[in-house]
Ligand binder design. Structure first.
Ligand code: AP5
Length: 221
């Protein structure tokens, strides 16, 4: 298979990170999560982190200018030669248009949009826990024998993301509602979009994602 460029779109909690982690090995491409990059910067207290901390805590979007620079730099890394999975970018039409320019000369990206009802998104995000060490995702109430909330893989403590409180979750959902449609329309217009029901169990979602990407990867360009 040649270069494959994948874009994951979807509201907070729709499973973008979960699916990106599952499929990056299959296509031998790096997962680029803009949210993870920003959270690492906040944790490190870097100038970027200090710049974006309040915006993220409010559930709003970081400026296009900053995000575009960040992604442009990341896509110039040699590990993206076979392609990439972008999780969380583009998030505005402006970002999508600049991404088109950045990808000039590369195969057209395949966009996947996950659809999940908001009540389910709220349930997932209010109960999401993340391993502080290996970053495995959990939903509280489903961790076997782990009342103290320890990671069943590496034993480290599970933490809650700063923006996973109900008020910020609702703001993030509103931000998505206000910005997503033009991006989805952009990729639909280029026949490079799959809409996938993300409310089903993760394995069923992964099956649909890989079926779409496998078929798309075989399409002659
Ligand atoms: P970001 O980190 O991208 O967060 P998000 O879009 O809010 O998405 P999440 O990471 O919360 O959810 P997800 O869809 O990855 O779901 P997950 O797999 O974790 O962005 C954070 C912030 O950064 C933004 O608010 C913004 O401020 C800023 N930012 C980032 N990119 C930006 C950009 N391009 N422009 C401007 N600002 C930007 O799953 C959620 C939970 O559900 C987990 O517990 C998981 O185990 C569970 N789960 C997953 N799939 C299933 C399933 N099928 N069934 C049941 N449970 C499931």
């Amino acid at each position: 298979m040649g270069q494959i460029n994948i874009i994951l779109i979807g509201p907070p909690g729709s499973g973008k990170g979960t699916q990106a982690t599952r499929i990056c090995d299959r296509y031998h491409v790096p997962m680029i999560s803009t949210g993870d990059i920003l959270r690492a910067a906040v944790k490190a207290g870097s100038p970027l982190g200090r710049q974006v901390q309040a915006t993220m805590a409010a559930g709003a979007l970081v400026s296009d200018e900053l995000m575009i620079d960040l992604v442009r730099e990341r896509l110039e890394e040699p590990d993206t030669a076979n392609g990439f999975i972008l999780d969380g970018f583009p998030r505005t039409l402006a970002q999508a248009l600049v991404l088109d320019d950045m990808l000039a000369g590369r195969p057209c990206p395949h966009a996947i949009a996950f659809m999940v009802p908001e009540a389910e998104l709220e349930r997932r995000l209010t109960s999401r826990r993340i391993c502080s060490k290996c970053k495995t995702l959990y939903t509280t109430g489903t961790i076997y024998g782990s009342e103290e909330e320890l990671c069943s893989k590496c034993g480290a403590t599970l933490i809650t993301r700063d923006d996973d409180n109900l008020e910020t979750i609702r703001q993030r959902l509103l931000t998505y509602r206000n910005t997503a449609e033009p991006i989805i329309a952009h990729y639909r217009g280029r026949s490079a979009l799959a809409m996938i029901d993300g409310s089903r169990p993760p394995d069923a979602v992964t099956e649909d994602v890989t079926r779409y990407l496998d078929a798309a990867g075989r399409t002659p360009r």
